[in-house]
Design a protein around this ligand. Structure first.
Ligand code: FE2
Length: 196
């Protein structure tokens, strides 16, 4: 057996809150960590608001292991745009991922580097397949925390930079009759160059 394999273990996942027992590595993202990712700036005095947390079950980062995590996104909006994750490609681009929806109401926005995109539903019982080569961002469009579990190859890694620079082709915003998917005016800086 590879020395890279951990010993067998069991973790208890709270299907409603997303917390793990035992907790291992928890990453919290605040509005200040998301600067520039929503179309509008966040309101003064809200920089420290935690908008999502990722509860990871770390394993050695090799392709023979499966990394997993639970993500909890709080309900809320910046302007008309819902709270969401930063979104990323995998460092090793062809690595896939599976999401299992546990609680709340959300969307999974996926996009390729050449601008193909799809927006899928996340709710209790959904299983979303994120193929290799597709960046992925999840969005809480409901009034309760959105909770989902994710599994991916241990060596997948995270590339946030491409999304930070280019954004996703579409945004998920609150419309008059609920969530709407609209073009991102800043995608690959299209609006900025049009505006000159
Ligand atoms: Fe991922």
């Amino acid at each position: 057996m590879s020395t890279q394999a951990p010993d067998p273990f069991t973790t208890l996942l709270d299907l409603n809150s997303g917390s793990l027992d035992p907790e291992r590595k928890v990453v919290e993202r605040r509005l200040s960590d998301m600067a520039g990712m929503h179309l509008e700036g966040y309101a003064d005095g809200t920089a420290d608001t935690v908008i999502y947390s990722v509860h990871e079950i770390p394993v050695p980062t090799t392709n023979s292991n499966l990394m997993s995590s639970t993500t909890v996104i709080q309900p809320g909006k910046v302007g008309q745009e819902y709270y969401m994750t930063k979104g990323h490609f995998h460092n090793i681009r062809d690595r896939a991922e599976i999401y299992i929806g546990l609680s709340g109401e959300g969307c999974l926005v996926m996009a390729t580097e050449d601008g193909q995109y799809t927006v899928e539903t996340i709710r209790r019982g959904t299983i979303n397949y994120v193929p290799g080569g597709w960046a992925h961002r999840s969005v809480n469009v409901g009034d309760e925390p959105l909770v989902f579990f994710a599994v991916y190859p241990g060596d997948a890694g995270y590339n946030y930079g491409t999304i930070e620079e280019e954004g996703f082709p579409v945004l998920v915003v609150a419309g008059e009759d609920g969530p709407e998917v609209v073009p991102n005016p800043r995608y690959k800086d299209a609006a900025a160059s049009e505006a000159g």
